[in-house]
Every structure is written in C-alpha cells, then in structure tokens.
Design a protein around this ligand. Structure first.
Ligand SMILES: CC(C)(COP(=O)(O)OP(=O)(O)OC[C@H]1O[C@@H](n2cnc3c(N)ncnc32)[C@H](O)[C@@H]1OP(=O)(O)O)[C@@H](O)C(=O)NCCC(=O)NCCS
Length: 166
C-alpha cells in the first residue's frame, strides 16, 4: 500500500524491541502496554514501519487459544501504534494490511481486534461483534485488565474480519 512518505514495512528484529516498546507506550489510552520481555519473546509476531532508520509504526498479532478446534483458531491483531508525528499518512493502514496478508496464510477462523477506533478498522472489512462471542480473547487478555472492572463495561469495541477457509 502507498504511504504519504517513503517508508518500508518489514519484519521486526530484536534490535527493534526498544523502539516498539516506546511506540506502544506513546498511546497508553488506546494500546495495552507491553513489557520489553514480552515484545522480545514475541518479536516474530511484529511488523515495523521504518523511515530513514527510524521506527515510526508497529503492529502485531497473536493466536488465540481455541479448545477442540485446532485447525482454524482466531488470530488477534494488537499493539497497532503509529508515532503521533506520522499519523494520517497511511502508515497504520499499510501495517494492518500487511499483518492481514501475513496471518491469512494460517487460514484463521477469523481475525479479531479490540479497539477504540472502529472507524479505522471498518475500512479493512472488520465488523462489530458482541464481546460475548470472543470469550477466548476475554480469557486471554481482558481477564487481567486493571483499567476496567469488566470487559463488558470497557469502551473498547470488539470487531472481527472473516477470512476464507482453507
Ligand atoms: C489508529 C492509528 C493506528 C491509525 O494509523 P494512521 O497511520 O494514523 O492511519 P492512516 O493514515 O492509515 O488512516 C487512514 C484512514 O483511517 C481512518 N483513521 C485513521 N485514524 C483514525 C482514528 N484515530 N479514528 C478513526 N479513524 C481513523 C481515517 O479515515 C484515515 O484517513 P484520513 O487520514 O484521510 O483521515 C493511529 O492513529 C494510532 O496509532 N493511534 C493511536 C493508537 C491506536 O489507537 N491504535 C489502535 C489500537 S487497536
């Protein structure tokens, strides 16, 4: 996808962990903080956007647990963070599209996102769903949330994107 500035989207490496940590930390309201060790352990599930040697955006994914349906688990897109100075230049869209392309190879049952910016994700085909339909996600992450007493009072919007089955 074309961005408004010359930038490259690539797989993240360990050398990017510090920059990814800082990008996520830049958006504490919208993005769940992640420890450096968590980022390092999952570095193969991060893409970064780089311009002139600087990391200006990142996006990651995680495979959600699924009991008894080993063939097509759901995959969550998470940690989508663009440096404030570089927003609205097509970087977030390019990263999300690249992540979708990457995880489609695994033929997930669906791609999941929990977000405060449903408008942004709607343009890729994500549609709003009831949080109750994503209990595996709620047990995986929301259960340990300290910001809200319940995922059902949390203002984040749950969305899914259906992808073609294998
Ligand atoms: C939301 C975010 C990822 C979008 O990335 P971006 O690079 O700024 O977005 P793009 O330039 O690709 O946006 C393309 C279009 O998406 C829509 N869009 C972008 N940001 C949006 C937002 N915050 N709310 C609603 N729609 C948005 C707009 O229609 C935009 O077009 P425009 O720039 O002509 O208005 C980025 O602003 C960001 O990192 N925000 C803080 C963290 C966050 O909210 N992450 C998402 C967590 S799930």
């Amino acid at each position: 996808m074309k961005t408004a500035i010359a930038a490259t989207i690539r797989n993240a490496g360990f050398e990017d962990a510090g920059a990814i940590y800082a990008l996520i930390k830049e958006h504490p309201r919208e993005v769940v903080p992640r420890a450096i060790s968590d980022i390092v352990q999952n570095i193969d599930r991060f893409l970064v956007c780089e311009t002139r040697g600087r990391i200006i955006g990142t996006a990651a994914w995680q495979i959600l647990p699924e009991i008894g349906k080993a063939l097509n688990p759901s995959i969550e897109i998470k940690s989508v963070s663009i440096s404030s100075h570089y927003q609205h230049k097509g970087i977030g869209s390019a990263l999300v599209k690249a992540v979708i392309q990457r995880i489609k190879r695994f033929h997930p049952a669906q791609i999941v996102v929990l977000t405060f910016t449903p408008e942004f994700f709607r343009q890729f085909g994500f549609r709003e769903v009831a949080k109750e339909t994503l209990m595996h996600k709620l047990y995986m992450g929301c259960i340990n949330c300290t910001k809200y007493d319940s995922p059902f009072t949390c203002p984040e919007v749950a969305m899914t994107l259906a992808v073609g089955k294998k």
